[in-house]
Design a protein around this ligand. Sequence first.
Ligand code: SF4
Length: 357
Amino acid sequence: MNYLTTKINKLKEFKGIEEPTHFTVELRPTTKCNYDCFYCTDLHINENKIVPLSEDNMQKMLLSIKKNTGKNIQVFICGGEPTVYDRLTSLINSITNVMEGSDYVEVQTNLSIKEKKLIKLINELQNKRFVKISVSYHNTQCTNHMIFIKKCLLLKQHGILNMISYGYNSKKNVLSDYKKGKKILGSEHCEIVPLINASVDQDPNKGNDTFKEINILNEKEQTNLWDDDGHFFDKQLQYTKTDGEIIETSRNEMWLKRNNNFLGTKCSVPKWKVYVDWNGDVYKCFNQQFAPVKPIFNLNENVDYKYFKNLQCMDCTFTTCFFDMEYKKEIQQKDVKEIKIDRFFNTQKYKLIKKIK
Ligand code: SF4
């Protein structure tokens, strides 16, 4: 019986962060993107068509999650580039219409949207108090930093600017722009992130070598001094070994040591999150969107209310955990078969396109 499938020797429990505050609905309204970043060629698939998402069913699902879990809701809208989805404002408004208390919707954008369009979007938001806009700074693109900052200031004036992630990469040094951004916008709005997370294919023959970016970053920079420079470097994570030793660690360390492999563990992500993919398919884990896994249901068809009544942990079938290290994982005495991930499983050639109801 193989029950030590993770890379961490003698792992008993991976605690992640303290109890998360929100249940997250991660939503990719489109896989399309207007950029072509070298580290992200696996994620944005421009050939996939845009499928309008049922806003009615989205509202029903959010209300069901709230009722059944009693948790606050965060809807995280990412992509692709979400501003490429032409019904974005309507989608955000329909989501915020069923929000209350500390619920919020967060949009992650590259902010390449023209200023005029951005102003229109801001003006059309009906419930700004539930909206946060997070921004990724891609200095490998033709981005004029000051024009970019101007748009961030606009978001800040309207009280909806969240975090700007300055993407550290091997091609261009991002640190001077990051420092400038902190000075103008405030350190509470700026962080550094490495760009390694964006590559889905695990087969190096298919992938784009972006895993090496984490090594380059740590060779060049003293990342141990970056605790205050973003959640990626902060030691927010913790795990316990079988002898009781407790290790505090960061996402950076987990990636650098390639310890982010939890194959075979029992993972709590479904208790805290669902993923809604571009064609309406709903999944338990990020990787399932890129794997031959049956979705829980399709949001454009219906809402499976029963699912949210009894949320259970899942067996991890993957060898790379990308974004969900904050959720608890436990070793179990059970063989779990690996499922390979591959961007093909996210193409419209593979997926069924359900019509909006
Ligand atoms: S890859 Fe998915 S199932 Fe595995 S540990 Fe990460 S979130 Fe959990």
